[in-house]
Design a protein around this ligand. Structure first.
Ligand code: ZN
Length: 321
């Protein structure tokens, strides 16, 4: 698989703390941003397979929307273990993030909430979840034992170690930006020309979320935004939900997805989701009651894997396949 490596700017956490705080205060009534030692993320509500987000933190942007539309490129099948190898991890590591599920395994195209851990003995443990549409309008969330995915994915990887992270807590949205976009744009404004990449987990303990779930591949080409929005299924799901988020302040010409956040209802002890609520995060729909609370780490490198060629979209349309 073709991979390009980009060294990211890694500002001091204290500096990012200031940038996030100022921006979030424009968008939320109560804002608390601190640099803390990462709490044990294996505990509720996160129930991660690893303790923290530290140790060679990196981002992988794999495939892309151009492999999903206008026509799905079913040959684009990936494995998070290959992603971990490309990123250079030798021993234990953890990968979280947002992507498209492995349609050959799940039987149809679906959303992936990736959460995979490789231990020192090389064993893979997945508490990833997939969210799929059961036609015509039902949906479900399932535990995915496999580390495979397809078409596209945005991931944050680390050795899963504890260490300093940014703790962000906000309540009551007063502005129009969603939680992640607010922080991403603030980074872009402060560090223009120096791409900064962030990954982390957050929980929404109260409120409701606008979420989409991709149904199975469309029968007809998705030629524009209207086609895509007619194809996607949108829902208002209730909290509590846990999210995995990856964002980059800017794209220095690698066809990067700047932010991608997927989430699901809380997991039980066996790694199963407590309800069928899960999918791609857009924003909350309950500004007065919403709360966000999460932990974020700064990536040192970004790997652009299997980037679609600039003409991918155009070629597909012209050939009509
Ligand atoms: Zn998504």
């Amino acid at each position: 698989m073709e991979a390009e490596e980009l060294i990211l700017t890694v500002p001091e956490l204290a500096e990012i703390q200031k940038v996030f705080k100022e921006a979030l205060q424009q968008n939320f009534h109560e804002v608390e941003v601190k640099v803390v030692e990462c709490p044990d993320l294996r505990k509720e509500p996160f129930r991660m397979p690893v303790k923290g987000l530290g140790g060679c933190p990196g981002i992988a942007d794999v495939g892309g929307v151009k492999y999903m539309q206008p026509i799905p490129q079913r040959s684009r099948k990936y494995d998070l273990v290959d992603v971990g190898n490309i990123m250079g991890y030798k021993g234990e590591y953890s990968i979280i993030g947002a992507g498209a599920g492995p349609f050959p395994e799940t039987g149809c195209n679906c959303e992936l909430m990736a959460n995979v851990h490789k231990n020192v003995d090389g064993e893979i443990k997945s508490v990833s979840q997939t969210a799929k549409i059961l036609p015509p309008l039902n949906y479900n969330v399932d535990l995915l034992i496999s580390s495979k995915f397809a078409i596209l994915g945005n991931f944050f990887a680390s050795q899963g170690l504890t260490g300093p992270v940014l703790e962000v807590k906000v309540k009551r949205r007063t502005g129009e930006e969603n939680f992640i976009t607010c922080m991403r744009k603030a980074l872009a404004a402060r560090f223009g020309g120096q791409p900064v990449g962030i990954g982390g987990v957050f929980v929404v303990p109260s409120g409701k979320l606008k979420i989409h779930i991709m149904p199975d591949f469309a029968d007809t080409p998705l030629k524009n935004e209207t086609d895509v929005n007619n194809w996607l299924k949108f829902f208002d799901f209730p909290a509590p939900m846990v999210f995995y988020s990856v964002f980059v302040s800017e794209d220095p010409g690698y066809d990067l997805r700047l932010e991608h956040t997927h989430g699901h209802a809380l997991l039980d002890e066996s790694g199963h989701c407590s309800s069928n609520h899960g999918g791609h995060y857009h924003y909350d729909t309950t500004p007065d009651e919403v709360e966000y609370w999460g932990y974020f780490s700064v990536a040192e490198k970004l790997f652009r894997i299997d980037r679609p060629s600039p003409t991918e979209n155009l070629t597909s349309l012209l050939l009509g396949f």
